[in-house]
Ligand binder design. Structure first.
Ligand SMILES: *Cc1c(COP(=O)(O)O)cnc(C)c1O
Length: 360
């Protein structure tokens, strides 16, 4: 028996979630965000699955874009952090990529560099997240400079929300109002919404949405709503039970003896650990499915194994299937037990976990 740890990716679920993104913002186009290897789901496979219907794809850097172009992706491709140095502009032009420009520094570099053809430019406003983006006081002059330069084949305006996953957070309304006040009247489409904004802030959809996490079916909202409940989980992380032990009350399990048996305890050992990307800081009690039945994690996660308490389950045997997250165990729920978010859990799976694809 080979080690069973694997991630099964359902490409139909990703298609369903992309279509949901389009349905929720019917007047907008949707940029499918596939950065960080499509949040651990495989950028090439996901982009190929969505290519016939996606309005475009978003990636974080030139290397990610090259990978997609090399695998035959011809859709519009946006570099969400723009270029990191002017030397990248030559391959960017050659591959016909869109760029984000998020600072006056980049505006100056873009206007000064040699450029083989005009590029589509997404000009980013900092409406309050204070990570990247132009200050409101600089936006209109930057827009005018780019417009006058003939280097922008198309100009778009974008911003990013910091707290749109939080229920009715006032900050999102404030960011939206600042964006609208700053950009009103400029002749350009707007791009505002990441997944939580798309799911929970219909007044902030704009002309181009940018769904990432929701494509993969994890609920990004603090509190699920009617829209997010329609998402379908695209990844199942699974493995098998490799050992079953019966321990008396009082015995500890695993490194550091973090868990101590309160009763005679049947312990299951699962071939999955932090060497696979399962979070080491998962707390005792984190849910795991063995044979489809819920049981709690018991003891510290080690590199190649983790342990669960099987005492309350019936009919469990070595070799039985174990699900760490998937359609019947939301990764967002597991993430809460790990003081983390689904984004981090899925993007930090390691190459040791083989990806299998359904519905290619
Ligand atoms: C990553 C990213 C997104 C996608 O965010 P999700 O919350 O995963 O939907 C959207 N816009 C930008 C600029 C991003 O960098």
């Amino acid at each position: 028996m080979t080690r069973a740890a694997k991630a099964t990716i359902d490409l139909d679920a990703i298609r369903h979630n992309y279509r949901l993104a389009k349905r929720l913002a019917p007047a907008a186009r949707a940029l499918a965000v596939v950065k960080a290897d499509a949040y651990g789901h495989g950028a090439v496979e996901v982009a190929q699955a969505l290519a016939p219907e996606a309005d475009g794809f978003g990636v974080a850097c030139l290397e990610e874009a090259i990978l997609l172009r090399d695998s035959g992706i011809k859709n519009r491709l946006v570099l969400l952090e723009g270029f990191f140095e002017p030397a990248e502009l030559a391959p960017i032009a050659q591959l016909e990529l869109d760029i984000v420009i998020h600072s006056l520094h980049q505006v100056a570099q873009f206007l000064a560099a040699p450029l083989a053809r005009p590029l589509r430019v997404w000009l980013k406003l900092d409406s309050g997240m204070h990570r990247v983006g132009l200050d409101p006081s600089d936006l209109r002059s930057a827009f005018a400079q780019l417009k006058a330069s003939d280097r922008a084949a198309e100009l778009l305006l974008m911003t990013h929300f910091a707290q749109s996953d939080e229920d009715g957070c006032r900050r999102t309304a404030e960011q939206l109002a600042l964006f609208q006040a700053t950009c009103r009247g400029l002749p350009a489409p707007w791009s505002l919404a990441n997944s939580p904004t798309l799911l929970a802030w219909p007044q902030a959809h704009g002309d181009w949405t940018r769904p990432g996490m929701m494509l993969y079916g994890a609920d990004p909202l603090e509190t699920p709503n009617a829209e997010s409940r329609q998402l379908q989980s695209a990844m199942e992380l699974s493995s098998e039970l490799i050992a079953i032990r019966d321990l008396p009350a009082g015995e500890p399990i695993g490194y550091g003896a973090r868990f101590r048996c309160q009763r005679p305890t049947r312990v299951g050992v699962v071939a999955m650990g932090y060497g696979d990307g399962y979070p080491r800081h998962a707390r005792d009690g984190t849910p795991v499915l063995v044979n489809g039945q819920r049981c709690p994690l018991a003891g510290r996660v080690s590199m190649d194994m983790l342990t669960v308490d099987l005492t309350d389950l019936t009919n469990v045997n070595i070799g039985d299937p174990v699900c760490l997250w998937g359609p019947h165990l939301p990764v967002a729920e597991v993430a809460r037990w790990c003081d983390s978010i689904p984004y981090q859990l899925v993007t930090t799976l390691t190459p040791r976990v083989k990806r299998h694809y359904r519905n290619r």
